[in-house]
Write a new protein. Structure first.
Length: 255
């Protein structure tokens, strides 16, 4: 089976699926699904784009990629059109619009934090010397690493608790490539019939995996509860230690 073809140009994407044409515009903010039975014909617009004429007249334009990809996409689209079309045309087309993402608050917050960071380091260097400024710079980075480790450890512990409370154990298998080399991941199917992968360095061909039925992509190898608790406590202690060391370095000019 040939994989669905995709055309991408300037943030717009067109995907030719088995029974429909899916258009994503404005970087995913607008999605248009056109059933192939609603397409009257598809032709080049004289340039690099493709015009999709619906059976009742409206036209949807697809921005083309490179000439080879555009021609292949058009050929596949024309070949996929069914013999019998629906005259309803545009009535079968569905359009979904998402609210425009507002990135400026994140950019503003990031720039503010960066300016505060540079300003604080400069102030420390001007009032306490280059040595303290260097220590402060490393300490801020250490604080961020420690904070990330603490959050990651707590989140991982929460996931483990959920797996212990409602996890379902399945047998996952490691497949092989055509040349006989094993995959770097295990594959398993959840209770809904969806397939997931779990990357692991284990050499076994099969292994037990516990996955969360409410988040089927979340899985882990089973391990004794005592060992799980010991590891998380050690991780948390190390993360808090890194965080405390970073905070101590930031506060050193005042001590």
């Amino acid at each position: 089976m040939i994989s669905p073809q995709v055309l991408i140009k300037d943030g717009d994407t067109a995907v030719l699926e088995r029974d429909r044409l899916s258009l994503s515009k404005d970087r995913g903010r607008v999605r248009v699904d056109i059933p192939l039975v609603a397409v009257g014909r598809a032709v080049k617009d004289g340039g690099t784009a493709i015009e999709v004429h619906l059976t009742d007249g409206p036209v949807h334009r697809i921005a083309g990629g490179n000439p080879t990809a555009t021609e292949a996409f058009l050929t596949a689209l024309v070949k996929a059109l069914p013999e019998e079309r629906d005259p309803a045309g545009s009535a079968l087309v569905t359009t979904e619009e998402k609210e425009a993402r507002r990135n400026w608050p994140w950019w503003t917050a990031g720039i503010t934090v960066l300016l505060a960071y540079v300003g604080y380091v400069a102030w420390v260097g001007g009032t306490h010397g280059i040595g303290d400024a260097f220590i402060t710079t490393l300490s801020i980075l250490l604080t961020l690493i420690g904070l990330g480790c603490v959050i990651g450890t707590v989140e991982n512990a929460r996931e483990r608790v959920n797996l212990a409370r409602r996890g379902i154990t399945v047998i996952a298998t490691r497949g092989t490539y055509p040349n006989g080399k094993r995959h770097g991941y295990f594959t398993y199917t959840d209770t809904g019939g969806n397939e997931h992968v779990h990357f692991s360095g284990r050499s076994a061909v099969t292994a037990h995996l516990v996955h969360d039925p409410e988040q089927p992509g979340l899985c882990a190898f089973p391990e004794p509860l005592a060992w799980t608790m010991v590891k998380r406590v050690l991780y948390l202690a190390l993360s808090l230690g890194i965080l405390a060391l970073g905070v101590r370095g930031i506060a050193s000019p005042y001590l």
